[in-house]
Design a protein around this ligand. Structure first.
Ligand SMILES: O=C(O)CCC(=O)C(=O)O
Length: 285
């Protein structure tokens, strides 16, 4: 008996590779998440950048709660079973009227995970719609195997290497995933997706959370870590990550630095870029 999704939604995810919209929380709660993010940004004087956009659930208690949100986990459990790791999380923020975009890509390309059993919950802190560059997906493309990508390192591309699929995408077949604040979309790691720039007068803020069943392994690096968010880890393929007890706790900041440096080495392997703060990398700087 599924916990949150209907049987029809589960089948649709298997056929099309995505689901949206799914309400996670009331709009007012999502706006409170936005306020928390922006309170932090006010202390640094600019948009959250560099390695802080990666795995911030290890630094902020409210994001640690969000990656464990029961409605998100219920939906993910309906797709991938009861033993779940949060492998990663990232902010995808497009500032108002800015050229930032996401090229057509498959998430699986550089993540180094052993199987394509990976799902992203993309949670909207603001509306996501045509004017501000909502995500678009190619339905059913997750049935394709890994497609070759080329790295562009385009400076406005939010992806680490500015990678894009090296095949023609027929954009007429794309579906836009409009979301209200507090709603999420779910997408499969092989689904071809991307998003255009934000031409609106407000920021578009999404928080992407990557979940895997505990049986998946990292095969691209000597070691990797993940956060057990539901059930039991009987495999131990990933070093367990602790939950932050306070925002920006110095011990967690040190651990986060180690973890994001290791993740950057996996994601940027073969390019000479070694850190999410390296200006040579494209992406969430
Ligand atoms: O935020 C976007 O527009 C794209 C996000 C994305 O590529 C992802 O979550 O995998």
């Amino acid at each position: 008996m599924p916990k949150l999704l209907s049987q029809a939604q589960i089948e649709r995810f298997r056929e099309e590779g995505f689901l949206a919209p799914i309400r996670v929380m009331p709009e007012t709660d999502a706006l409170e998440y936005r306020r928390r993010l922006e309170r932090f940004e006010a202390t640094t004087g600019g948009p959250m950048a560099g390695d802080l956009r990666h795995k911030p659930h290890l630094l902020f208690t409210w994001l640690a709660d969000l990656v464990r949100h029961p409605r998100i986990l219920d939906a993910v459990e309906d797709l991938y079973g009861p033993d779940l790791l949060c492998w990663s999380s990232s902010f995808f923020i497009k500032e108002e009227d800015s050229p930032s975009f996401v090229s057509w890509h498959q998430d699986s390309t550089y993540w180094g995970l052993s199987r394509p059993d990976v799902v992203t919950a993309w949670v909207a802190f603001t509306p996501a719609e045509e004017a501000n560059g909502a995500m678009q997906v190619m339905p059913g493309s997750h049935h394709l195997d890994q497609i070759p990508h080329r790295d562009t390192f385009e400076k406005h591309n939010l992806l680490t290497r500015g990678q894009e699929v090296a095949v023609e995408v027929d954009e007429r077949l794309a579906v836009r995933l409009d979301l209200r604040p507090g709603e999420m979309s779910l997408h499969h790691v092989r689904l071809v997706h991307g998003s255009p720039p934000n031409t609106s007068g407000d920021r578009r803020i999404g928080f992407a959370i990557r979940y895997i069943p505990t049986s998946v392994r990292q095969v691209a690096g000597d070691s990797d870590s993940a956060t057990l968010v539901r059930g039991e880890d009987r495999y131990g393929h990933f070093a367990p990550e602790p939950r932050p007890r306070a925002d920006l706790d110095p011990e967690m900041l040190a651990l986060h630095k180690q973890i994001t440096e290791r993740n950057a080495r996996i994601l940027y392997r073969g390019t000479g870029v070694e850190s999410f703060n390296d200006p040579r990398g494209a992406g969430l700087r």
